[in-house]
Design a protein around this ligand. Structure first.
Ligand code: 5GP
Length: 121
């Protein structure tokens, strides 16, 4: 695994160097609106630690941080009324997964019926 890049855009957002539209923050997670929303509600949730990907997070984060992160995801889904009608949770990972930003994050997409699970090539 390559080293964590401290200059990636989400690291800079976490340090407050780049603004974001925050919707939730606690000791484990920061959540904000995606700059290019793909659905009426498109929120990114990122852990506060330096984790590159889903694999890195699952392998190296303390259990408390993993639990805290997913409790935040659940809370945000409920806060935005997504749990009633459903939503999609996506974690693009690595090159084949189309991950652009090398800081682990999940996309919460909802507010309408989300289309095909996998599209494009
Ligand atoms: P990925 O492809 O890595 O899973 O998704 C990265 C996401 O970050 C994209 O949906 C992109 O629109 C979003 N993004 C990239 N730069 C910024 C930024 O500066 N601010 C916000 N709020 N979102 C960003």
């Amino acid at each position: 695994m390559p080293p964590y890049d401290d200059q990636n855009i989400f690291a800079r957002i976490l340090r407050g160097e780049i603004p974001c539209r925050t919707v939730y923050e606690d000791a484990y997670a920061l959540a904000f609106h995606d700059i290019h929303p793909q659905a009426p509600i498109h929120i990114l949730v990122i852990p506060k630690g330096k984790y590159i990907s889903a694999v890195d997070f699952g392998q190296t984060a303390p259990a408390e941080n993993i639990a805290g992160f997913y409790r935040a995801v659940s809370q945000i889904a409920q806060d935005h009324g997504l749990s009633e009608n459903g939503f999609r949770l996506i974690a693009n990972t690595g090159q084949h997964g189309g991950q652009e930003v090398p800081h682990y994050h999940v996309h919460l997409l909802g507010g309408k019926k989300i289309g095909a699970m996998v599209s494009g090539g």
